[in-house]
Design a protein around this ligand. Structure first.
Ligand code: TXA
Ligand code: MG
Length: 336
């Protein structure tokens, strides 16, 4: 049941301590950053991350941004090249997110990256988000703190209005500064325009003559029309020349094996991933808990793909709550 009212605590030492205790406990907390309010959870705890999706009512698992204290912490979860280091040096702490290869030993829950080989990471500048990272001692996964389909919140009141009692605690530190989500850069391509403009980014990239970043700002105009963009083109997310939200990119984890949905028993050659009453070879949740299932989903799909079976089957997952997101991801994974 949704509780109607979250607790709203003004920023301060006691509020940070209380929020950090919630985070360490696997809970979720709304917290301001310099861009928008985020809905934060321990990025190393799969169930905590699943609670973010459940609270937002997100119908699919978009990969999330991980917030860390500094570059050293970022380098423990992602692989940096010279470009990424230059951008980090220029814009961190601040509203820039870098999409980089995720380290095998990152400890980050696979639900954060939605099973991708890359991870979005940023070092925020805001005292509340920095305070929460320090006090919890955790890397924090945080999407914008609004219900799915809603607009990003820039005040605690927006968060309360959008998420209500789905979020137990909101750290209130006034209106956010940028009011717009961070700029997301992958390689030399801007996936999502934001407070750090493409022109600024180009200026800070190392190496003469390597060409500008492939920008695509809100207007769809590149700051540099004379040279082609460098780096991968996010083509599936393009519409009318502009890159739409990265969350709409079709990049998602798909196993190489055939995947059969709504299976109540294994056919020959299949490895069955169970749920609830369907036991399977392994289960997403024996008790039929959807938050637990969401937390395990990508790990079990990877495990199923890596073992000696020829095909994968998955038990029916109910469509309520976060089950909608699980089914969305399963349908994509099964699609040929
Ligand atoms: O300013 C911000 O970035 C805010 C504050 C809270 O930090 N966060 C935010 O998160 O806007 P969210 O989840 O609303 O947007 C994150 C975007 C999504 O569109 C997602 O698809 C993209 O980042 N993203 C995350 N990981 C990615 C990856 N590995 N590759 C491509 N895109 C990725
Ligand atoms: Mg958002």
């Amino acid at each position: 049941m949704t509780r109607p009212h979250p607790r709203i605590l003004p920023y301060g030492t006691a509020a940070i301590a209380e929020a950090a205790a919630l985070i360490r406990d696997g809970g979720i907390v709304a917290v301001p950053t310099e861009t928008v309010y985020g809905l934060a959870a321990d990025a190393t705890n799969a169930e905590a991350v699943a609670r973010i999706y459940a609270a937002k009512g997100r119908p699919s698992f978009n990969p999330l941004i991980v917030h860390v204290a500094d570059l050293a912490a970022a380098e423990r979860i992602a692989v940096f090249d010279a470009d990424a280091r230059a951008l980090a040096a220029a814009f961190w702490p601040g509203p820039l997110t870098l999409v980089l290869p995720v380290r095998g030993d990152s400890g980050i829950a696979s639900l954060v990256t939605a099973g991708l080989a890359t991870i979005a990471v940023r070092v925020p500048r805001h005292r509340a988000m920095q305070g929460l990272i320090a006090a919890s001692g955790k890397p924090l996964a945080a999407p914008s703190a609004n219900a799915s389909g809603g607009i990003s919140p820039t005040t605690a009141a927006h968060v309360a209005g959008s998420l209500g009692g789905n979020v137990p605690l909101i750290l209130d530190d006034g209106a956010t500064e940028a009011g717009l989500e961070s700029t997301i850069v992958a390689g030399r391509t801007v996936l999502r325009p934001g407070p750090v403009t493409g022109e600024f980014i180009t200026k800070h990239l190392p190496g003469e003559g390597r060409g500008p970043i492939g920008t695509s700002d809100v207007t769809g105009h590149s700051g540099h029309h004379d040279r082609p963009p460098i780096g991968p083109r996010p083509s599936p997310g393009r519409s009318g020349g502009a890159v739409t939200a990265p969350g709409q990119l079709e990049s998602h984890y798909a196993p190489s094996k055939l995947l059969r949905l709504n299976a109540t028993e294994a056919h020959s050659g299949e490895w069955l991933i169970g749920f609830g009453d369907v036991a399977g070879d392994i289960t997403l949740s024996a008790s039929g808990n959807l938050v637990e299932a969401a937390a395990k989903l990508f790990d079990l799909l990877h495990a199923a793909d890596a073992n000696e079976s020829r095909k994968i089957a998955v038990a029916p997952i109910p469509l309520d709550g976060i089950g909608e997101a699980i089914n969305d991801r399963l349908r994509r994974a099964a699609h040929r």
